[in-house]
Design a protein around this ligand. Sequence first.
Ligand SMILES: [Zn+2]
Length: 316
Amino acid sequence: MSSDPEDDYIPWIQQFCELFGHDYFVPVAQDFIEDDFNLTGLSSQVPYYREALYTILDYEVETSEDNNNNNTTTIHNASTPNSNNNSNNNSNSNVAATTTATTASGIAKKAGKAELPNKALLAHSADLLYGLIHSRYIISKPGLTAMATKFERNEFGSCPRYYCDGMHLIPVGSTDIPGHETVRLYCPCCNDIYLPSSSRYLNIDGAFFGTTFPGLLVKMFPEIENQCRIRTNKVNSQDFGLKLFGFKINELSASGPRMKWLRLYPQTDLEKEEYETCEFGLPSGDEESNSNSDMEEVADDDEEDDDDKTMASEGN
Ligand SMILES: [Zn+2]
């Protein structure tokens, strides 16, 4: 775009988010990463933690490749002139002088020289660290808002289920421990999770999104639950069922739609009461029927609250 070299410089985070298959990620704010509180416990999970952190923050990091030049000169000088001790001493001190001069921070880092990561290792550590920070960032307020914007633009894809009517999906991890499972997509409408449609996401770690995020997003933006409710009502009114020559197949029949109840929602008051009982406790006699009706009232209040709120970004 511009010939100015300063303009050509792309921050590490931006580069990471623009990589192929990384479009589920949002750029984490610099000040979030710089706050040590947000990084608590990560140093034990990520190898070469300091170096990885500096890489993410665009500080210059010394790798073993960078150091190789200096090392070879030292080794060369130490191995060749065994016969001449005086000149050996001299040349060694010369080399020491030059290395301290060339690498400004050389002396401080000399002690840990053997532990310097190579570039590939460092890149992997930086990716891992960024992913773990990302999973924490997207459950903070600015992160949630950024992800909600992506959700609204349907950047995570739509639910493949017909009755979910193209409901937008939310990335989720089935575990918070990295290296176990890749990212999945959660549909708030049918409460199911799906594999991403493109194989490009098959090497994205699910822990980089975490188990908490989708639930929090749905709770923070009640408009999502609202969209689901509209779809659910539509399904209930249409009520698809298999038919043979116009007759519905009995659900108790061996060839009937036995698992249909999994997708059903309580509709009549009696069904709702039954549902509440199942959800909150064991069905019992008269004593608990009062407390059950209380719970139903509470649930109703919640619903009214949800209807009043709208998605924060909807006004845009
Ligand atoms: Zn769905």
